[in-house]
Design a protein around this ligand. Structure first.
Ligand code: GRF
Length: 209
């Protein structure tokens, strides 16, 4: 049984996607939020999962006492100092741009307003500097001329919800995975025609499982 903590400060859509992905698998998920009255904690409550309001000043003490195989940040808006990080063990984050471009807040909007034609998502290890740790996986999207910001946001979030759980599973199992597999189709190789493992990919025809 793996122990996974997901930390967020707001909406929690990635958290919910992670919970759904691991449903029935040997992973115990705890939801932690620095904000008391927030939707991510509400989602955890609705899903019947362990959850806790954890003010940042209590992080050190909490992570000294509570050990996880992995802590996955998903919309966590606090900076984690080095002494806290070293108690947390393995910590990863998801960021809605192709790092190192567009670090910090509102990354999708930053990229959109800059007029870039390719953006995407990045999953990376967390270090003391913001959005700067070693990159584990990335996935690109094209931004068409005339695209609206909300369309770009929706596409990025859809990819986040598919990719983050897969990457979390690989990191938990300490498995080396082929980055190219994640690039085929939008479903991490789970194509409805089984074609995800071929070099042609599945052209976006994902099996929803
Ligand atoms: C995601 O876009 C993630 O990349 C960023 O914060 C957002 C969190 O969304 N770090 P949600 O709370 O998971 O819905």
């Amino acid at each position: 049984m793996y122990k996974l903590a997901v930390m967020g400060s707001g909406n929690g859509s990635n958290f919910e996607a992670i919970v759904k992905y691991f449903n029935g698998k040997d992973v115990e998920i705890t939801c932690l939020s620095d904000v008391e009255d927030t939707f991510i904690l509400q989602r955890a409550e609705n899903l019947g999962l362990e959850h806790k309001h954890l003010p940042p000043e209590n992080n050190l003490e909490y992570f000294k006492k509570n050990k996880f195989d992995l802590v996955a940040l998903a919309g966590y808006m606090q900076i984690l100092p080095e002494n806290v990080l070293s108690e947390m063990g393995k910590v990863i984050n998801i960021h809605p741009s192709l790092l190192p471009a567009f670090k910090g807040k509102d990354a999708i909007k930053q990229a959109f307003l800059a007029g870039v034609k390719i953006s995407g998502i990045t999953i990376h290890y967390v270090e003391k500097d913001i959005d700067a740790g070693k990159i584990i996986a990335q996935y690109p999207i094209f931004i068409a001329n005339g695209a609206h910001l909300d369309e770009v946001e929706a596409e990025i979030h859809e990819i986040e919800h598919k990719l983050y759980p897969i990457v979390i599973e690989k990191v938990l199992e300490d498995k080396v995975f082929d980055f190219q597999d994640l690039m085929r189709g939008k479903c991490g190789g789970k194509c409805s025609d089984g074609g995800g493992s071929s070099s042609k990919g599945c052209g976006g025809k994902c099996s929803d499982k």
